[in-house]
Design a protein around this ligand. Structure first.
Ligand SMILES: [Zn+2]
Length: 281
């Protein structure tokens, strides 16, 4: 008998600790080649963790990284994970503009394919940057061969609370795309981003799992996301704006252990393994 399809999705945004949008002069792209790489060590930890739990995830990979560490991408692919694009230079869609976005996406796919990735059909924009400022990105993704996007967050600031919370089809002038939103919940009369970032690191595993169970009972899959740099036991420290400092350094301590507990407590798979009628096979 075939194993039951996973109810939830685990995704990794595979990027370096210095791949920030607006990281300031110290982390500007022209300095990236001189900064210490941490991606190999932290990705190794994550691959071992997922392997020990039998989880196959979707990895959204920064093209810049794939170009420099093709064997890292090979090892992710060889472990049975799905490989998607996280852009080439890790810039927000609305900062790139339509033409820049298309060029960046193409460069990322070329880098991923050169690193041995099979057809790349899933995409996630850096900082959830497909929103009302950049809806033109969706038809461009269709034209560039993508079938699934996971860039539209149903939260304030980076997205819009009116965006659907479940995977759904979005018509675009160039064809349809499946949109797979990240996991949010309602708390204190606010929509809270419980499936990624500071909120995932802050929450106790039992709270995260209770929230996932409630969502699953309502037919909603939880889409979780981590970055390898969140699992770094000794992350390089740089001065950042208060917002970025919080997003990058808040409660990293103990996250390896908490993440294992969360991943062991529910069923997770890649985006493409999700049993949603609207997902293309
Ligand atoms: Zn990113």
């Amino acid at each position: 008998m075939a194993a039951a399809a996973p109810e939830n999705v685990f995704t990794v945004d595979l990027e370096e600790w210095f791949h920030l949008c607006d990281g300031g002069a110290a982390l500007s792209p022209d300095r990236w080649d001189r900064l210490p790489s941490r991606a190999e060590a932290t990705t190794g930890f994550l691959l071992d963790l997922l392997n020990s739990l039998g989880i196959r995830a979707t990895w959204f990979v920064v093209g810049w990284l794939a170009e420099r560490y093709p064997r890292l991408i090979e090892s992710v692919h060889a472990a049975g994970h799905e490989i998607g694009s996280h852009g080439y230079t890790h810039q927000r869609a609305y900062d790139l503009g339509p033409d820049g976005f298309r060029q960046d996406v193409r460069a990322s796919v070329a880098a991923l394919r050169a690193a041995g990735a099979p057809r790349v059909r899933t995409f996630r924009a850096p900082e959830w940057s497909v929103n009302e400022r950049s809806l033109w990105a969706l038809p461009i993704l269709v034209e560039e061969g993508f079938e699934i996007d996971a860039s539209m967050a149903p939260v304030r600031i980076v997205g819009d609370v009116r965006y659907p919370r479940i995977p759904h089809i979005r018509p675009t002038p160039s064809g349809t795309l499946v949109e797979v939103p990240p996991f949010v919940t309602d708390r204190f009369r606010q929509v809270m981003p419980i499936g990624w970032g500071w909120a995932l690191r802050m929450s106790s595993p039992s709270r995260v799992l209770r929230t996932i169970e409630a969502a699953n009972r309502a037919g909603v899959p939880a889409v979780l996301t981590v970055h390898p740099w969140e699992l770094d036991v000794d992350p390089p420290r740089v001065r950042l704006s208060p917002r970025l400092h919080f997003a990058h350094y808040f409660r990293l301590s103990g996250f390896r252990v908490r993440l294992r507990e969360i991943l062991a407590g529910a069923s997770f798979g890649s985006i493409s393994a999700l049993t949603v009628p609207s997902l293309p096979r």
